[in-house]
Design a protein around this ligand. Structure first.
Ligand code: SF4
Length: 454
């Protein structure tokens, strides 16, 4: 039987896609290989957010000639955000990656995963890749994710939508993944119910703009959610809340424009909702936001945060910021720093702007902030982040929090997450992996809260 190895780069969405890719390959009678060196098919599920992410893929591809010398039938597939056109090296219309990646056999757009067998068969007929018979494997979203690849059975990531309609000027996702399409509620409910029956206590619903679930242009055109009286995402959260055994429901990443009052109410009212939100603001200046096409103002974002904190006073909020975006003046950057402090973000992913081919910013704007300035702005904001994050951790000292234990080593050291998504460390002689236990917090160190089991 031929074997496969998947290398995943980038965000949680890609990891979730890889779980679908694993299911699909196993349905084609591929078995999981130990590593790249043992595989007949190597699939790189790529990320394009930064040049560094792409360089990692190029680095791995350098190993292919040696591997192919040992296994001439080796099939190399690149999927994910670096791909624009599903094609093989023999297709009439080939993805541009074939110009730079000499060892590539198949390029595959994520939602066109069901085409993989057809494209691969043309390259290596001797692998005898069978026809897929199951209907469930004909449509990307019907392919069940292979959650077994996850270490912890108590947690899972569940994709609810794919693609994006927002077209932020720095982002490639709407071009690489296409327009936003949402999965049917019934399919999500049955996947999560099965996970909960299998011991899963916490799920994270994922999508590029997870809270616009069911509101995308594709979904509206096809009327899939027309029968749902509420906002589809709120309805979905309510359905998740009813699933027996499922204790925690998180979601990432929401778009600030779709943080409706209905959603904020549901976040405060549903017992399975956790007091944590990752809400990417990207910049704290209206001119920068306009150039980024983020479609909200700092005033609107501030209003959303006010409503969130009124409804859920203990909520922890984290964010994403891009520094050094095209045309970002000193004053604009300073506004971002001030807004970051005002919003009291407790954590953040800070990125230095990286020009990506094919984006609107790449085509129509100038990447005019020097690397030195980007670096110094990043460090300046990072210092603010460290101060805020430290203060945010200190507010938990002396409190007892519920921790879902994600790992426990031989010495009994447990690591897990609190309801506010803080990393908690404590020791126990009992086997606690996958359990939710109360821990009294004593201090904090290096972004981690330390405590003892109550
Ligand atoms: S919302 Fe913007 S940043 Fe997020 S995936 Fe869509 S286009 Fe990209």
């Amino acid at each position: 039987m031929p074997s496969y190895h998947i290398r995943t780069f980038g965000c949680q969405m890609n990891y979730s896609d890889s779980e679908r890719m694993a299911t699909y390959l196993e349905a084609l009678d591929f078995t999981k290989a130990e590593g790249m060196g043992d595989a007949d098919l190597i699939l790189f599920n790529t990320c394009s957010i930064k040049q560094k992410a792409e360089d990692k893929v190029y680095g791995h591809l350098m190993k292919i000639p040696d591997l192919r010398a040992k296994n001439p039938n080796l099939l190399v597939v690149v999927a994910g955000c670096m791909v624009r056109t599903s094609s093989s090296r023999y297709s009439v219309k080939r993805d541009r990656l074939f110009q730079t990646m000499r060892d590539l056999d198949v390029a595959l757009k994520t939602d066109e995963l069901p085409q993989l067998a057809k494209l691969a068969r043309k390259i290596h007929p001797e692998l005898n890749i069978p026809e897929i018979k199951e209907e469930s494997l004909e449509d990307y979203f019907h392919i069940p994710a292979n959650h077994d690849s996850h270490e912890s059975k108590s947690q899972a990531f569940v994709a609810i939508s794919n693609g994006c309609d927002k077209f932020c000027t720095y982002c490639i996702v709407p071009y690489s993944r296409g327009r936003e399409k949402s999965r049917k509620i019934e399919d999500i409910v049955s996947e999560v119910t099965a996970l909960a029956e299998n011991g899963c206590k916490e799920i994270t619903l994922i999508g590029q703009t997870v809270n616009s679930y069911g509101l995308g242009s594709y979904d509206k055109e096809h009327g899939t959610f027309a029968h749902i009286k509420k906002e589809p995402f709120v309805h979905l959260l309510e359905e998740m809340d009813k699933i027996p055994g499922l204790i925690r429901v998180r979601f990432t990443s929401p778009h600030p424009m779709d943080m409706s009052d209905q959603l904020i109410e549901a976040m405060g009212d549903l017992p399975s909702q956790m007091p944590y939100l990752h809400l990417p603001v990207q910049a704290g200046d209206n001119e920068t936001l306009k150039r980024m096409n983020r479609t909200y103002t700092v005033e609107e974002f501030r209003e959303t945060m006010k409503k969130l904190r009124e409804k859920i006073p203990d909520i922890s909020v984290s964010t994403d910021i891009i520094v050094g975006f095209c045309g970002e003046s000193e004053e604009e950057f300073q506004n971002t720093c001030d807004f970051f402090k005002e919003m009291r973000f407790e954590h953040a992913y800070l990125a230095r702007y990286s020009d990506r081919r094919g984006t609107t910013a790449n085509r129509f704007m100038k990447d005019d902030i020097t690397e030195t300035t980007k670096k110094s702005r990043w460090h300046h904001l990072n210092d603010i982040l460290i101060a805020q994050a430290t203060e945010a951790l200190e507010r938990f000292h002396g409190r007892t929090v519920n921790v879902l234990v994600e790992s426990q080593n031989a010495a009994g050291t447990c690591l897990g997450r609190s309801e506010n998504f803080k990393t908690i460390q404590f020791k126990s002689g009992r086997k606690l992996l996958g359990k939710i236990v109360p821990v009294k917090i004593q201090n904090s160190k290096n972004w981690i809260l330390e405590g003892e089991l109550v």
